[in-house]
Design a protein around this ligand. Sequence first.
Ligand SMILES: *Cc1c(COP(=O)(O)O)cnc(C)c1O
Length: 477
Amino acid sequence: MPVPPAGTALAGGTNGPRALRPLLDTVLDALTTGAEDRAGPLPPGGPETVARTVRDACHPLLPDHGSGPVAALRTLVHTLAAGAADPADPHCAAHLHCPPLALAAAADLAAAALNPSLDSWDQAPAASTLEALTSRALAALVYPQATDPDALITTGGTESNQLALLLAREATAPDGTATDPHRPARPLQIVCGANAHHSIHRAAWLLGLPEPLTLPTPDGILTADTVHSCLANLAGRTGPVLLTATAGTTDSGAIDPLPALADVAEQHGARFHIDAAYGGTLLFSDTHRTALHGLARAHTVALDLHKLGWQPVAAGLLAVPGPATLAPLAHQADYLNADDDTDAGLPDLLSRSLRTTRRPDILKIAVTLKALGRHGLGELVDRTLAAAQTLADLIEAHPRYELHSRPTLSTVLFRPTGADHTTLATIRRTLLTDGQAVLGRATTPTGLWLKATLLNPHTQPGDLSTLLKLVEGHTPR
Ligand SMILES: *Cc1c(COP(=O)(O)O)cnc(C)c1O
């Protein structure tokens, strides 16, 4: 084959790696210089400054004649790196935004180069097998007693929650199948805590379900008593009920009392979903997995490996105890999963997602599981949770700070003692504008708090005391 003009070489085939290698050198150099230029967890100056830098670097974004691959990669990768909020910096700790493992990022490059699409076997022969094996291995961690556990690969907790609500809606429809044209006379009623992720509410809206009944969680967790009174009250007055619990709330990392909630759901004949997007990977840890006791009693469990699993976005799962749970997703398009193809042994992939074209997010996950093993991942979980305990200790020992509560996972809520809403919000934004630290915020019944969501397993105690000093430096006396 003739050598294609610069920039149009393909990533695949035996020549792909040869085309990629020099480009990768450019990319890696630009990542380095970008991070050096930034010299902190995020670019200083705030939104307008960053936007101006990006505009200037990109202009013109669609030139008549291109600048060629090396210049374009160098400019844009450098600009993005220099302007990144980098979760690999221990002071970048606002959100469930994890620093990805280098090995997972490397695997993702291979995924991009090969570009299998998980909507039919003839686009992803090996990738579809890897996906089946890996998702089942992870589902078996969630449902150790089940004979045939399975998991769908999703873009994250939002999509997993949506699918969980959809599967619940279809499973509780009058004849229990997705093909029934009659919706139940009384639709599925979601019951959740005020601590539930916002995506539960959006999913209910999207699926045409009534607004979820949202129960108070004054202590950050949904209690069995509260749910029991609610379900007893609802008896006979609504359609079927789906109770959703959270294992690792977004605001504070709290874990709802899963076994007690499973009992209440069972007692009232309610379906049960657990959103373990944040806390689910405690399953890897021998030390912390007991915190998830009761997980296996849910009909569906959401987990995200792009949080406490150190994967580049996206790496979500929805685990189920058996394939029957997934039956409502059965869907056919002749060109992707014709009956005769399926009968001939081509796996039906279309019925495993609401998406059609789908990235092989499984490759980076599988590489990580194999490289680190359960113990290796468990140790990262342990170290990250230990860092949160250390930060809580430092705050408790500090005369000018108050701690909201001891952390359950890796989220620590704290504030300078007595600081009001405006002061806290200003501290947070000033740190962002200075590019010194990225902290989140959470509102609880006791007001606004600064939130440190620690996801960097290599964070040292010294990083945490510096973080507190940075906050202190912006606190008015
Ligand atoms: C992060 C999170 C979600 C949303 O997940 P995405 O991956 O952002 O879609 C849902 N629920 C909980 C508890 C979460 O922490």
